[in-house]
Ligand binder design. Structure first.
Ligand SMILES: NC(=O)C1=CN([C@@H]2O[C@H](COP(=O)(O)OP(=O)(O)OC[C@H]3O[C@@H](n4cnc5c(N)ncnc54)[C@H](OP(=O)(O)O)[C@@H]3O)[C@@H](O)[C@H]2O)C=CC1
Ligand SMILES: Nc1c(N[C@@H]2O[C@H](COP(=O)(O)O)[C@@H](O)[C@H]2O)[nH]c(=O)[nH]c1=O
Length: 276
């Protein structure tokens, strides 16, 4: 559901009818603040009288943090946090905005077995196959904004839209990291301040190239890495990630954990989440 009101609790309680005595499961701690658009979700739940509310993630919003749960407990409703990776993942954009003050950033790279995203002359279409590229479009559809560097724009003149039947209207806003004049249909963005300022963006999808990937990684602005790997060798090509200023291996360990894996035609898809 899109942000704003009504919150999910209001909709779910309306749909469920009588929940007296039941156990209610929610991803995010029910909010404790009302707005002109509706009452606090904790108050709605108190009124609905479930026996128990199970929460996946405590709300980092200072208006709610802990007080949503407290309000339920005070009303005699058992309220527990059952930490859940799935709940956290489903709220990744909201949590990044609240905790880090910026969008949740996914860096996607489509590379060869030996870690190249293009030939040395810049040719990159295509490294991965049709199934993996369709998967990329499904990922684009989940983003609020998509970003590439000026080098990618000059090499590929990419469309960066969603071309999956039925999802065409889910194309994200297109942003370009460049000091050059911006082409029509794109918004120029300065690094890194503008990334932090994208107040209306919860999910940012960065599609390369190598220098842009390095800029985001060096600034520790990547929360999720999505790597598509094709069974091809390129050799002396363009390495997927430019210089990230790493000077000792110890600093490279313990930063990423496996989040998801899939086989997509002859290519593999592996996603990693940044440990913070
Ligand atoms: N296989 C794949 O997944 C992909 C392959 N590619 C390939 O990669 C190649 C392009 O990669 P690459 O040459 O590394 O270029 P990039 O696409 O990373 O663009 C580099 C440009 O982005 C801007 N930029 C990047 N970082 C910063 C920063 N920190 N501050 C300000 N501006 C910044 C600058 O733009 P400017 O110079 O305009 O000011 C810079 O010249 C192409 O061959 C393309 O086909 C690209 C994307 C994905
Ligand atoms: N070469 C390459 C990718 N390249 C990325 O896709 C962009 C092109 O998008 P579009 O114009 O919308 O089709 C291109 O500029 C680059 O960011 N992606 C992949 O999934 N696999 C690939 O092999």
């Amino acid at each position: 559901m899109a942000g704003g009101r009504p919150h999910a609790e209001a909709v779910a309680l309306e749909a469920a009818g009588d929940v007296a005595g039941a156990t209610v499961y929610v991803t995010l701690e029910p909010c404790a603040h009302s707005s002109h658009r509706g009452p606090a979700c904790a108050d709605l739940l108190v009124e609905a009288r479930p026996a128990r509310v199970v929460v996946g993630v405590e709300d980092p919003d200072p208006r709610t943090a802990g007080s949503g749960l407290a309000r339920l407990s005070q009303a005699g409703i058992r309220a527990d946090i059952l930490p859940s990776t799935e709940a956290r993942e489903s709220l990744a954009g909201y949590l990044a905005r609240k905790r880090l003050g910026r969008p949740h950033v996914t860096l996607k790279l489509a590379m060869s077995l030996d870690g190249c995203i293009a030939l040395a002359d810049g040719t990159s279409q295509w490294v991965t196959g049709a199934v993996a590229r369709a998967h990329v479009h499904s990922r684009r559809a989940k983003a609020d904004a998509i970003l590439v560097g000026g080098g990618t724009w000059r090499a590929d003149a990419p469309r960066l839209d969603v071309r999956l039947p039925g999802l065409e209207d889910r194309s994200p806003e297109r942003w370009l990291l460049t000091s050059e004049p911006c082409p029509d249909g794109f918004r120029a963005i300065a690094f890194p301040d503008a990334v932090m300022e994208m107040a209306e963006v919860q999910y940012l999808y960065v599609e390369g190239g190598a220098q842009t990937a390095a800029s985001f990684l060096a600034a520790d602005l990547v929360d999720r890495l999505e790597i598509y790997r094709a069974p091809v060798l390129i050799g002396a090509g363009l390495r997927a990630v430019g210089d990230i200023g790493l000077d000792e291996l110890d600093g490279a360990h313990g930063r990423w954990e496996l989040a998801e894996q899939a086989q997509l035609g002859s290519d593999t898809f592996t996603a990693y989440r940044r440990l913070r």
